[in-house]
Design a protein around this ligand. Structure first.
Ligand SMILES: [Zn+2]
Length: 218
């Protein structure tokens, strides 16, 4: 995949195909990819969501491995931890670790779903020492939590619901925005622009740059 092919991504996490192909990273679970979407130029992340972990995940993870061979699948995820929904922590962690292995093998970063379990993510990042980037999507924590994650080499992205102070303070080079399929990226960009006292164009330029860097093969 050429770097220029991913230069247009503004929405780092959604579940629906964007109007303009290539402007969003579309999460497709463990597949399949919607018919015709590759040909149209759409780009994807693929992963086993913590809610969908059963403990009998071999087939799902095999499918995931096949998807990750495709150049249009740029990241692993969403995967991670949810203390409010899904199976036991132990099962979620087993599935997560297997996906970290895939991320490292295919050299593709991870998009994470983390609900009330940032400690697990920080601990695993420290223990596993992955080379690929990890980005927690839909981050709603405050500046202190955000900075703790940054200090541990973990990135975050912001959707419509977010902590205002965190979104105001995030350094430009670490700014990522998303819709998660719940708004338009234009709305999210304009919110961020107002909050950060800058123009939507400047925000759009920055998030596209950041997404390109994050998702470029390395
Ligand atoms: Zn999602």
């Amino acid at each position: 995949m050429e770097r220029s092919d991913i230069m247009k991504i503004k929405d780092i996490h959604t579940h629906s195909l964007p109007e303009e192909p290539g402007t969003a990273l579309v999460c497709i679970g463990c597949g399949p990819i919607p018919d015709g979407a590759v040909e149209q130029g759409h780009l994807f992340s693929a992963g086993l969501h913590p809610w969908d972990v059963t403990g009998h995940d071999d087939e799902a993870l095999r499918n995931l491995g096949k998807l990750l061979e495709l150049p249009q699948v740029l990241a692993v995820g969403e995967c991670g931890f949810d203390t409010l929904k899904g199976p036991s922590h132990e099962l979620q962690e087993q599935a997560f670790i297997r996906q970290v292995e895939l991320s490292e093998r295919f050299k593709k970063p991870m998009i994470l779903h983390v609900v009330r379990d940032f400690d697990s993510i920080i601990r695993l990042r420290k223990n596993l020492k992955p080379t690929q980037a990890w980005l927690i999507h839909g981050f709603r924590g405050g500046p202190e939590q955000m900075n703790q994650l940054y200090a541990n080499g973990i990135l975050v992205s912001f959707g419509l619901k977010h902590n205002l102070e965190a979104l105001r303070q995030v350094p430009s080079t670490r700014l990522f925005l998303e819709t998660d399929g719940k708004a338009t990226i234009v709305q999210t960009i304009s919110l961020a622009a107002t909050l950060r006292a800058t123009s939507p164009q400047a925000i759009q330029y920055q998030i596209t740059q950041n997404s390109t860097l994050l998702l470029s093969p390395r």
